[in-house]
Design a protein around this ligand. Structure first.
Ligand code: KG4
Ligand code: ZN
Length: 341
């Protein structure tokens, strides 16, 4: 049996897992930093990397203990080295390299976004390739053509804000807490999604598989405060029904864009499966809309349970595919903060 320790420190979760070549998860730990970033209304990179430094060793230790595995039993160590926050990525990379060097283990590099798609493979227990992959998180909104677990081609991405980032910023305008996605979903239940007719940017350009959420965010601001008026400090004065209606209208607009571009990507590639990852996939209206789209357009939809949608190291099991293919890295492996095209 092959056992790989996978590490994940791309953003603000410190996570580790031990996975096998049978895709069993022997042990996994996620240490969330939510409480550290909460009152800043977003992830503060400096705080995130320092927290990773504090947590990485206890997280690895706890993971090995849960897995009943010692370092000497491992066959490889894998690290998500792209994309993400530089300082955060470096902490995980240095930990992985040290383990590889000291215990003479092969080092495997993981693309964090590809790992999000692979979470569907793990959660379903089925082969999901070939497929279209959609990642919708606080930092990313990307579409991929995934021929195999080792062959991903980017189809499109956001040209400005990520979907989750737009949720977070609109929530802040509405006086709702961070993270904004769950807060918007909660109040939107009481809201009328038709009250405001907000734009669906790029939706008419069916040849283009990119997203844009910045203009939508500005449209919300203009509806609430008028053009050129500062929005901060005024949120408390917005009446609750207006907050609920705007949350519902905004949520519907984002979901329409995500569904339309995913369906267009499926048509473009001829794929019959859609694999979704990232925190926004926790949104129940999004899930329902995707389910409807999958029936109307006859594709198979894979969305993992929440704990595998948000950042975790279990999805790093994609490293097993690289292990089998003999794709190992040298100890001068670097990080890459941006998207690798
Ligand atoms: O994948 P994730 O946990 O972290 C990274 O960004 O890597 O995604 C977090 C994002 C946040 O922007 C949050 O507002 C959004 O996912 N989110 C949601 C929901 N839950 C989390 N967005 C919409 N509806 C939700 N229920
Ligand atoms: Zn992520």
């Amino acid at each position: 049996m092959v056992r790989i320790l996978t590490l994940e420190t791309t953003c603000d979760e410190t996570a580790a897992a031990v996975v096998t070549d049978q895709l069993e998860v022997l042990g996994a730990v996620v240490a969330s930093q939510d409480e550290l970033h909460h009152h800043f209304g977003g992830v503060v990179p400096e705080i995130a990397s320092r927290a990773h430094v504090e947590r990485i060793l206890p997280v690895i230790h706890e993971t090995l203990q849960r897995a009943g595995v010692e370092l000497k039993d491992l066959d490889a160590v894998a690290i998500a080295n792209r994309p993400g926050l530089s300082g955060s990525l470096l902490v995980g990379l240095m930990a992985a390299k040290t383990l590889a060097l000291v215990h003479d283990l092969p080092l495997i590099a993981i693309d964090h976004l590809q790992a999000h798609i692979y979470a569907c493979r793990i959660a379903s227990g089925r082969n999901v390739f070939p497929c279209v992959g959609l990642i919708v998180s606080g930092g990313h909104s990307n579409l991929y053509r995934c021929r195999t677990a080792l062959d991903f081609t980017p189809l499109g991405s956001t040209i400005d804000d990520a979907a989750g980032e737009a949720f977070d910023k609109v929530a802040s305008m509405l006086g709702l807490p961070y993270p904004g996605g769950p807060a918007i979903e909660r109040v939107a239940k009481q809201g009328n999604p038709q009250r405001f007719s907000l734009p669906r940017p790029l939706i008419g350009e069916s040849q283009r598989l990119d997203f844009s959420f910045s203009g939508l965010k500005t449209a919300v601001r203009y509806e609430l405060f008028g053009p050129g008026r500062p929005e901060m400090g005024a949120a408390a004065e917005i009446e609750p029904q207006l907050v609920a209606d705007m949350a519902a209208s905004f949520q519907a607009a984002v979901i329409d864009c995500l569904v339309a571009k995913s369906v267009a990507a499926l048509h473009r590639t001829g794929a019959s499966r859609l694999c979704v990852g990232g925190g926004v996939a926790a949104n129940s209206c999004f899930r329902e809309a995707m389910e409807r789209a999958s029936q109307e357009n006859s594709f198979e939809l894979f969305i993992p349970p929440l704990k595998l949608c948000t950042d975790n190291a279990v999805m790093g099991a994609i490293a097993i595919e690289r292990y089998r293919a003999g794709l190992f890295e040298s100890l001068d492996l670097d990080i890459s903060a941006g998207l690798v095209r």
